[in-house]
Ligand binder design. Structure first.
Ligand code: SF4
Length: 740
């Protein structure tokens, strides 16, 4: 023993000591990055300063774990570039002038009204985000729908989740993911479409991995790139970009031809099977393989594995949604799950993994795509319900949804929209075809940017800047991917003279006539009480989005509650929401049955050709979030990939004489982007991949053709050519590109 001690130095051991943080109070919160919905506790010292954070051990979602972004999230509070005071200027060439909140909001309200008076109510657009608290979304919706009265109101969730929403609505009669993370513990087969969980949703991936370590079940990953998830899969299908509809139709061809469908479920709970049979009959695997690039035996094999599993689940993210037929792709995933009876049962589901932390909150309550609580503008009864509740005239509401974000920008280009209010979104980096977006922004008569950061790229085109509080400087709820409503407690006051978005919306509302008749609660908890009342179903209605049994204290105590959670349940002392929707097979369509919808493949992608020989693919990396407005500010995160890079296959690189670390200029029909080459077999020789997070980079190349139903852009499919540039040229190109 003595020898061992001497060898390993245990006698003199000097263990690493984690410095004491002197935490005097822990505040409960939820991570404000991705939609996993991890519970976090923030540690405050006796001066009220946040000094550390930790994952919450008894939270069912993350069970004490956090990914790199969550672990370092408390560094956001004092990160560089934060807005300190409101700013105003007449022209975008002028210097910013600091202003008071009253003067700034007066000026913004006066400009909104004058633009609407001159050009009509819809000439002013509002575009928000998936990053606010749910009560803030609800209040913004109340302000826009009830007071400002423009119908051109949307969220940046159109860039990521709109196809999933559209697919759910078309099938089940309502939005709302039917499954949950616990399904990993029950499923007998998981199929992941265009979803790289370990980088996009690391803690959901950890839940999946843990479930597979306890009980192995087949995992099939469909992705053109050998992603981290694909590396862990039993079967990886490196599909030709944009052909998922063909693969899914062909799988259903096999299932229906071989009698592997769940006939009893189809009969009892769906409609449209005959038309679906006929459609998929044109997609035999022999023909399909030539389009989707997956050989016919593999198509048959995965179709049989999926259909024969006692329960099987599909998950997907942007690989499906960000496509010219994203909504059709979602429909086909739903078709597959319905004909195999995999909806509403443990381990059998069709689960869209949402993008932003509160993309669900905006879908549920912001009124962007209708009215609160998944109500529809097109439904007169819904308009009446909300108008009565808010005390506005129902005629004030439009009778159908206005333009989506991706149609708002072209409407600015054509002069239909003259002013815009952007809330926590950064189109100068996030929208496709950046050259065009820059020119469009220049045409605005008045632009308001409300954001935590004053140095966010879009501020360059703004006339008013409203500094917002970040995350736990506020109090309110998020809803995560599995419909779990969770709470962020207000840990510390807003930075400098920034204000919570909730306060800004309330103050803006006071400047509009209708607000005199309406009630705008002073605090988010009271707004939540309003939402609870609105979430209840009226006589004869079926409403799954019911949060009436929830309260802030109960949500915190239970570390989040999944909706529906009705007040009858709370009164009966049951403290858990419903993990799954449609367990009874009754859907929110007029007949109560889910609609099977036939989709055919239409090839309208921009594909590689002799002139532009590479597929261009884009996506997320684990250390960054969206346009890096936050993660780019945190040194211990940013250091992993501080500059744009491009994944390239070594064989393709060798042909061009390129090696790792060289710079290339990628050129599409829209623009160019400079990135550093990273050699990897993750991409095929005819494909390159650039993370989407960087300003002035991949979205200078993207085409962004829109899905006809969801209006979501195809960020992931376009064609590029490559040119080698040296470091000096790369620097020069980046400098020149910033000038136009
Ligand atoms: Fe936050 Fe998502 Fe990471 Fe969880 S997985 S800590 S929610 S970024």
């Amino acid at each position: 023993r003595q020898t061992i001690r001497m060898l390993f130095g245990r006698k003199k051991r000097n263990p690493i000591k984690i410095p004491e943080k002197n935490v005097s109070e822990w505040k409960y919160s939820v991570c404000n990055y991705c939609s996993t919905g991890c519970s976090i506790e923030l540690g405050l010292d006796d001066q009220g300063k946040v000094v550390t954070s930790r994952g919450v051990a008894d939270a069912d979602v993350n069970r004490g774990k956090l990914c790199i972004k969550g672990i370092l999230e408390q560094e956001l509070f004092e990160s560089p570039g934060r807005g300190t005071v409101p700013l105003l200027r007449d022209n975008t060439d002028d210097a910013w002038q600091p202003s008071s909140w009253d003067d700034t909001l007066d000026r913004c309200a006066e400009k909104i009204k004058s633009i609407q008076q001159q050009y009509g109510p819809d000439s002013f657009a509002v575009v928000s985000t998936g990053q606010l608290l749910t009560e803030e979304f609800y209040t913004l919706g109340k302000l826009v729908r009830g007071c400002i009265g423009t119908n051109n109101y949307d969220g940046n969730t159109t860039l990521c989740m709109a196809s999933a929403v559209s697919g759910y609505k078309r099938f089940f009669g309502s939005d709302g993911p039917p499954g949950c993370y616990e399904d990993f513990e029950h499923t007998e087969c998981l199929m992941a479409f265009g979803s790289n969980l370990p980088e996009q949703h690391p803690i959901i991936y950890w839940r999946l991995k843990e479930a597979r370590e306890k009980r192995h079940f087949p995992m099939i990953v469909i992705d053109p790139r050998v992603t981290m998830l694909a590396q862990w899969a039993d079967i990886h299908l490196p599909i030709t970009p944009g052909t998922d509809v063909v693969l899914l139709n062909s799988m259903m061809y096999v299932i229906l031809n071989e009698g592997l469908e769940d006939a009893a479920y189809i009969e009892a709970h769906t409609e449209g099977i005959e038309a679906l049979r006929e459609t998929v009959s044109g997609y035999d695997p022999k023909t399909a393989q030539k389009i989707c690039g997956i050989d016919e035996d593999t198509i048959r094999n995965v179709a049989r594995i999926y259909a024969k599993a006692g329960s099987a689940m599909s998950i997907w993210t942007m690989g499906i949604n960000q496509s010219t037929h994203g909504s059709d792709g979602v429909c086909n995933i739903n078709n597959l799950n319905l004909i195999t009876g995999n909806i509403g049962k443990p381990g059998g589901t069709s689960l869209s993994i949402t993008g932003q932390c509160n993309a669900m909150g905006t879908r549920e309550w912001s009124s962007c795509s209708g009215l609160p609580g998944y109500r529809l503008l097109e439904n007169p009864k819904h308009r009446e319900q909300v108008a009565d509740f808010w005390n506005v005239d129902s005629d004030f509401f439009p009778e159908k949804v206005g333009l989506k974000q991706t149609d708002i920008f072209p409407a600015i280009e054509t002069g239909q929209i003259k002013g815009m209010w952007l809330v926590a979104t950064n189109p100068l980096t996030s929208m496709a075809n950046q050259g065009r977006i820059r020119k469009i922004m220049e045409k605005l008569d008045f632009l308001i940017v409300q954001d935590v950061y004053q140095d966010v790229e879009t501020v360059e085109f703004a006339h008013a800047y409203l500094p917002a509080a970040v995350w736990a400087e506020k109090q309110g709820c998020h809803t995560n991917t599995e419909r779990r409503v969770n709470l962020t407690r207000n840990a510390l006051p807003a930075y400098a003279d920034s204000k919570p978005d909730f306060w800004i919306f309330n103050q803006m509302a006071k400047r509009f006539e209708n607000s005199k008749r309406m009630q705008f609660p002073d605090d988010t908890e009271s707004a939540f009480e309003e939402m609870k009342q609105l979430s209840k179903a009226e006589e004869g209605e079926r409403r799954t989005l019911d949060i009436s049994g929830m309260s802030y204290d109960l949500i915190e105590a239970k570390r989040g509650i999944q909706w529906p959670y009705r007040d009858e349940k709370a009164s009966a002392g049951e403290d858990k929401g419903e993990p799954r929707l449609y367990t009874d097979g009754v859907f929110q369509t007029p007949t109560g049955k889910a609609k099977l919808i036939c989709v055919n493949f239409v090839n309208n992608n921009e594909c590689p050709d002799d002139e532009y020989p590479f597929w261009m693919n884009s996506g997320r990396v684990v250390e960054h979030f969206h346009t890096r407005t936050r993660t780019g500010k945190i040194g211990n995160i940013n250091k992993f990939s501080p500059t744009p890079y491009m994944e390239m296959n070594p064989d393709a690189a060798a042909k061009m004489g390129l090696k790792a670390g060289d710079y290339v200029r990628a050129i599409s029909r829209r623009g160019d982007a400079v990135a550093m080459v990273q050699l990897t077999q993750r991409v095929a020789p005819n494909m390159v991949f650039i993370p989407f997070h960087y300003h002035d980079c991949v979205n200078r190349l993207t085409l962004g053709l829109l899905d006809p139903y969801s209006r979501q852009p195809a960020f992931k499919q376009c064609a590029v050519k490559l040119e080698r540039v040296d470091q000096a040229e790369a620097a020069e190109l980046n400098k020149v590109r910033r000038q136009f």
